[in-house]
Design a protein around this ligand. Structure first.
Ligand SMILES: Cc1cc2nc3c(=O)[nH]c(=O)nc-3n(C[C@H](O)[C@H](O)[C@H](O)COP(=O)(O)OP(=O)(O)OC[C@H]3O[C@@H](n4cnc5c(N)ncnc54)[C@H](O)[C@@H]3O)c2cc1C
Length: 384
């Protein structure tokens, strides 16, 4: 018997496998391409890196900006991860690795081989399906060299969210779902410029994002020939509620297979890295984490490691608002976010924030809204 079997080797599965093996557990992992390098450009706040070595940072900026009505320096260092180095920093020494693909039945069958079975197969283990109605973050990005990208940055070191409306055909009267520009240096003279729709149901189509990115960048003076021949392209689709269904009986879900993603930002990597050690500690001590165990004893051993708590209800309200806010309401909201104290901004963005600091941050945004913004936020959150 293995102590632990994990399906999936994304950040959530690999972090848990590595942490469990380091604690002496016998671990089995199954993933279609166990040696594959992760391809997404992962960003993380530098204060969320924990004990990871410096080598995992591919590039970093000290003061990423948010732009809506005003310019807001966030004064919080932000890092882009080097995925190969991050994977190397989460070694699988001693782990039995099998190449393979498992459906729910195959996953449940691992219970014959392991004491605890974990689903880390991500949000869509069956692959993406067309017309997925679930709320999704979508983005289309290009990688340009720093000189070509400079006009897009408008003098900022990086733009975490630039909500200015030059994506719209009529920038003064924008209509449709709001999008923002995410512009971050990747190191070695490269910059990622990504048009992002934070949340829409269904996700905003790729062609629309691409058209908006081109319109925005050309207006800012980015050279068209550079735009049409980028060094790389990136396509993002993040189901905001992760898998959105319960794991197979007898299986624990981690990361986006469960509820590890932030309902408002779509980010999950920092949370997966942070919580893997705690879960591995619990497993090494021969116990399942609180709540998971209670459920198992009640003979209902279907669980996500991340349970629903009051903070999740607040984040769910935040997602509901984002899905329905108009462009003006979105700009008002993020402008208010930009004016929050740093600790409140961090609480709003963290998957790990508890209800009290999160509520304070959300209230702080509300009171900073103009009257029209308050009315729009109430409509979007509570309306039919
Ligand atoms: C382009 C892009 C950029 C992103 N940027 C960020 C970011 O900056 N920060 C952030 O926090 N998040 C970001 N995200 C979201 C991020 O992808 C996910 O949050 C993160 O990868 C989820 O990690 P995970 O381990 O839960 O799942 P995944 O990374 O999806 O990993 C799933 C694993 O399961 C394996 N698998 C899938 N199906 C099966 C199966 N049937 N059987 C066995 N194994 C299977 C896969 O091969 C993979 O190894 C981004 C996403 C994209 C697409």
């Amino acid at each position: 018997m293995f102590d632990l079997a994990i399906a999936g080797l994304g950040p959530a599965g690999r972090a848990l496998a590595s942490a469990a093996a380091a604690r002496g557990l016998a671990v089995l992992v199954v993933a279609p391409h166990p040696d594959a390098r992760w391809s997404p450009t992962y960003g993380i706040w530098a204060d969320e890196l924990g004990n990871l070595p410096d080598a995992v940072v591919r590039a970093s900026v000290g003061n990423p900006e948010l732009r809506a009505h005003g310019v807001h320096g966030l004064r919080r260092p932000y890092a882009i991860l080097d995925n190969s180095a991050l994977q190397a920093a989460l070694p699988l020494a001693g782990v039995e690795v099998r190449a393979g693909t498992l459906d729910d039945t195959g996953l449940a069958a691992l219970r014959r081989e392991a004491r605890v079975v974990v689903d880390a197969r991500g949000a869509r283990p069956e692959g993406r399906f067309l017309d997925d109605p679930a709320p999704a973050q979508t983005a289309y990005g290009v990688v340009l060299d720093a000189d070509a990208a400079a006009p897009a940055l408008s003098g900022a070191e990086a733009l975490l969210m630039d909500f200015r409306t030059d994506w719209a055909e009529d920038a003064d009267h924008p209509t449709g779902r709001p999008t923002f520009l995410y512009a971050v240096p990747l190191g070695a003279g490269a910059v990622l410029l990504e048009e992002t729709c934070l949340a829409a149901a269904p996700g905003l189509p790729l062609e629309e994002l691409k058209a908006r990115l081109h319109r925005r960048l050309l207006r800012r003076g980015v050279d068209e020939s550079a735009l049409l021949r980028p060094a790389e392209r990136e396509i993002v689709r993040i189901p905001m509620r992760g898998r959105g269904s319960r794991p197979a009986p007898g299986v624990l879900a981690v990361g986006t297979a469960g509820r590890g993603g932030h309902l408002v930002t779509g980010y999950s990597v920092a949370h997966s890295l942070r919580t893997a050690g705690r879960l591995a500690d619990a497993l090494a001590a021969g116990r399942l984490p609180r709540g998971v165990r209670r459920n198992a004893l009640a003979n209902r051993p279907r669980r996500t490691v991340d349970r629903v708590g009051p903070a999740d209800l607040l984040r769910e309200a935040g997602l509901r608002a984002l899905l329905r806010l108009d462009v003006a309401g979105t700009l008002d909201l993020f402008d208010a976010f930009g004016r929050l104290p740093r600790a409140d901004q961090a609480a709003f963005l963290s998957r790990d924030a508890s209800a009290a600091p999160l509520a304070r941050a959300m209230w702080g945004m509300f009171v900073r809204l103009p009257n029209a913004g308050r009315r729009e936020l109430i409509r979007a959150t509570l309306g039919a």
